[in-house]
Design a protein around this ligand. Structure first.
Ligand code: FES
Length: 322
C-alpha cells in the first residue's frame, strides 16, 4: 500500500470511477467502494494489486485493493494519517456519489502459488492480505495470519477475520504488546511463503528474522521508500534507449526518469520514490545500481529491469528497453 507525493504518469489505463459506498471498518479508517462511473466492470485485478487514486493532478496515492476477489468494483481502505500531505485527508473527504479518477490496477506484490502461507500484517497493512487470505482459503492452502495493531478498535476487518477462527492471531498492542516476530519466524519452514505488509519497523523485523528461511520465501510490500545505502557520490552515465533510438546522458543530479523525460522519451511515473513500480523499464545491458523498494534481492540481481525514478548505473552505460 505505497503512498506517494507526486504524479507524473504519462499514460496508463485510467478509469473514471464513482464512490458507491463508504464505511468505517475501524477507528480512523475509511473504506471506499469505487465502481465504474459508466456502469460495467472496472479492470480485473489479482490479490496484492493496488490502484492509483488521482485526487488532484499532483496528488496521487496508491492503495491496495482489499475487496473480494473477482469484485468488479474496487474496495480500498485508507487510514487517516496524522501527517497527511493531503492524500489520506483527501480520501477521507470523499463521500458517496463523488467522482474519482483511478489508474491501474498494478500488482507489485503478487501472490505466488504455495501450499502454505504465513501472512503478517501491521495495522492498515492488512488490506492487501485480505484477498490473499481469501485465495489461500479457496485453494485449500495451509495459512495463518498474524495481525498486529494499536488497539482492537483501530484494527480493520477483525470481525470479518473472525470467521477463520484460529488461523488468525490478532494482537492488540494496548492489551498484549507487539507481534512476536522472532517467535513467529523462529523455525524456517520449507515450501511456506511469507507475505508481510505494514510499517517499516515491522518489515525490518520480518526481514531480519526470516533471513534463515529459504531464498524467495519472503514477500514484502512497503508503505514508503526504504533507506538505501549509497556508496560514494552519484556520477554521470550513458543510457541507450533501444526502442527510441536515442542515447542520453544522466547527470549526477538527475534521475534516469528525468533524463528520459527531458529527451521526450515516454516513461510512466507516479511515486518517483521507488515504491509503486510504475516506472519499471526493461534492462538489456549494464549493471543497475538498484535503489527501489519494489524489487526483492533476487529480482534486483537478475538485472533485467529497473525503477528509473531512483535506480542508477553501477558502471558507465545502460541499455534500456525504452
Ligand atoms: Fe513509482 Fe518509480 S514512479 S517506482
Amino acid at each position: 500500500m505505497p503512498s506517494s507525493p507526486t504524479a507524473t504518469l504519462v499514460s496508463e489505463l485510467e478509469s473514471k470511477a464513482v464512490v458507491s459506498a463508504v464505511t468505517t471498518p475501524a477507528e480512523g479508517i475509511v473504506e471506499l467502494t469505487l465502481s465504474a462511473a459508466e456502469g460495467g466492470a472496472l479492470p480485473g485485478w489479482t490479490p496484492g494489486a493496488h490502484v492509483d487514486v488521482i485526487l488532484e493532478p499532483d496528488l496521487v496515492r496508491q492503495y491496495s485493493l482489499c475487496g473480494p476477489r473477482g469484485d468488479t468494483s474496487y474496495r480500498i481502505a485508507v487510514l487517516l494519517s496524522p501527517d497527511s500531505r493531503g492524500g489520506s485527508q483527501g480520501v477521507h473527504h470523499l463521500t458517496e456519489g463523488d467522482s474519482v479518477r483511478i489508474r491501474g490496477p498494478r500488482n507489485n506484490f503478487p501472490m505466488l502459488a504455495s501450499n502454505s502461507y504465513i501472512f503478517i500484517a501491521g495495522g492498515i497493512g492488512v488490506t492487501p492480505l485480505l484477498p490473499m487470505i481469501e485465495a489461500a482459503e479457496a485453494a485449500g492452502a495451509d495459512w495463518h495470519l498474524f495481525y498486529g495493531g494499536r488497539s482492537e478498535h483501530t484494527m480493520a476487518y477483525l470481525d470479518h477475520l473472525r470467521q477463520y477462527g484460529d488461523r488468525v492471531t490478532a494482537i492488540a498492542r494496548d492489551q498484549q504488546g507487539r507481534l512476536d516476530i522472532p517467535g513467529i519466524l523462529a523455525q524456517p519452514r520449507p515450501n511456506t511463503l511469507i507475505y508481510c505488509c505494514g510499517p517499516e519497523p515491522l518489515l525490518a523485523a520480518v526481514e531480519e528474522h526470516s533471513s534463515t528461511w529459504p531464498a524467495g520465501a519472503l514477500h514484502l510490500e512497503r508503505f514508503s521508500a526504504k533507506t538505501v545505502e549509497r556508496e560514494g557520490a552519484d556520477t554521470d552515465f550513458e543510457v541507450v534507449l533501444q526502442r527510441s533510438g536515442k542515447t542520453i546522458q544522466v547527470r549526477p543530479d538527475q534521475t534516469v526518469f528525468e533524463a528520459m523525460r527531458a529527451a521526450d522519451v515516454s516513461v510512466l511515473g507516479s511515486c518517483l520514490e521507488g515504491v509503486c513500480g510504475t516506472c519499471e523499464v526493461g534492462v538489456l545491458e549494464g549493471e543497475v545500481d538498484h535503489r527501489d523498494s519494489v524489487l526483492d534481492e533476487e529480482e534486483q540481481e537478475e538485472m533485467d529491469c529497473m525503477m528509473v525514478c531512483v535506480s542508477r548505473c553501477k558502471g558507465s552505460r545502460l541499455v534500456l528497453d525504452a
